[in-house]
Write a protein that binds this ligand. Structure first.
Ligand code: PBE
Length: 308
């Protein structure tokens, strides 16, 4: 997204939501149509095998912007980044994996795909996808005064990639997000009690959290909701939106907060525009990664191999 005013941002975001709606079917690759491709490379190149498609997620994701940048920097002119959603991407991956077919997806850690499947990140010698970063908790200005209990807990909330993956995995294995979150909270009583130690319950006050339907954030947001409701007696409403509106919602106070800000790199553009209008409570998780991921059975190791 280019630099611009807040209004410009909102317009651009509206547009990307329409685009997301149009292409949300995902696009599993098709070996048969490889011959149609006008791209460079031998008939049996990786590009030909996957029809020169990288299976992406929602266009508001920082991962999509990073992938577009990578396609430029590695000169992948004939390639297409397929927009869709987190769910459409994992559906395409699951199908390809089952059929042992080649596929390239936009991937990130923490994610269940790395425990459920044998996957590898493609090397990124140019460092386009950046280094490890953190997931931050961001709240609206004034929350500290209005909802001190929620604020204190959100400030304390922090867990590990392993914790998050556990919740993600049980959702992938069929549990409802609320159920998976409640089970995790039950099994991690000591950790959870530390988050809420000494905080006064709020007795039914309403709180709204925004999130994007990324598998990682479905997990974290549901755990936070569960703790707020079970331990602090809040009445929590979750608002599922695109990445841009999530940031805008916290900045204009429509929502109270979110635990889904990937910083300093992935959401840098959102933070640059809206960071001054929110309160950053710092990292709730460290040790993330972004990149292009493929099943380990694919004979390819680096993004540079995609040019062949
Ligand atoms: N993700 C998951 C998000 C942040 C959380 C990596 C898909 C993104 O790219 O914006």
């Amino acid at each position: 997204m280019k630099k611009g005013t807040l209004k410009g941002l909102a317009v651009a975001l509206g547009l990307s939501m329409v685009m997301a709606g149009c292409s949300s079917g995902g696009a599993p690759q098709d070996n048969q149509s490889a011959g149609d491709n006008t791209g460079a490379g031998a008939a049996n190149s990786v590009g030909a095998q996957v029809d020169h498609k990288i299976i992406g997620i929602d266009p508001g994701a920082g991962l999509m912007k990073a992938t577009e940048k990578a396609m430029k920097e590695y000169d992948l002119k004939d390639w297409e980044l397929v927009e869709g959603s987190s769910a459409a991407m994992t559906a395409a991956l699951t199908q390809a994996y089952k059929d042992k077919k080649p596929i390239i997806v936009t991937g990130w850690t923490p994610h269940w795909m790395f425990s459920k499947f044998e996957m590898k990140y493609l090397e990124d010698p140019k460092g386009v996808f950046g280094k490890d970063e953190q997931i931050h908790t961001i709240v609206r200005k004034g929350l500290k005064e209005d909802q001190p209990s929620a604020y204190a807990f959100l400030d304390n909330f922090s867990w590990t990639p392993e914790d998050m993956e556990k919740v993600m995995l049980s959702i992938e294995d069929g549990k409802k997000p609320e159920e998976a979150a409640a089970d995790w909270v039950k099994e991690n009583e000591a950790t959870v009690n530390k988050w809420v130690e000494g905080i006064q319950p709020a007795e039914g006050k309403k709180l709204t959290l925004a999130y994007v339907a990324w598998d990682s954030e479905i997990a974290s947001t549901n755990v936070v909701k569960t703790v707020l409701e079970q331990k602090l007696k809040y009445n929590v409403e979750l608002s599922q939106v695109e990445a841009g509106p999530m940031w805008v919602g916290v900045s204009n106070g429509d929502v109270d907060g979110m635990v889904a800000a990937w910083l300093p790199t992935t959401h840098a553009d959102y933070f640059e525009k809206l960071g001054k209008d929110v309160e950053d409570l710092g990292p709730n998780l460290s040790g993330t990664k972004l990149g292009l991921a493929v099943p380990s059975y694919m004979d390819i190791n680096s993004i540079e191999d995609l040019k062949k």
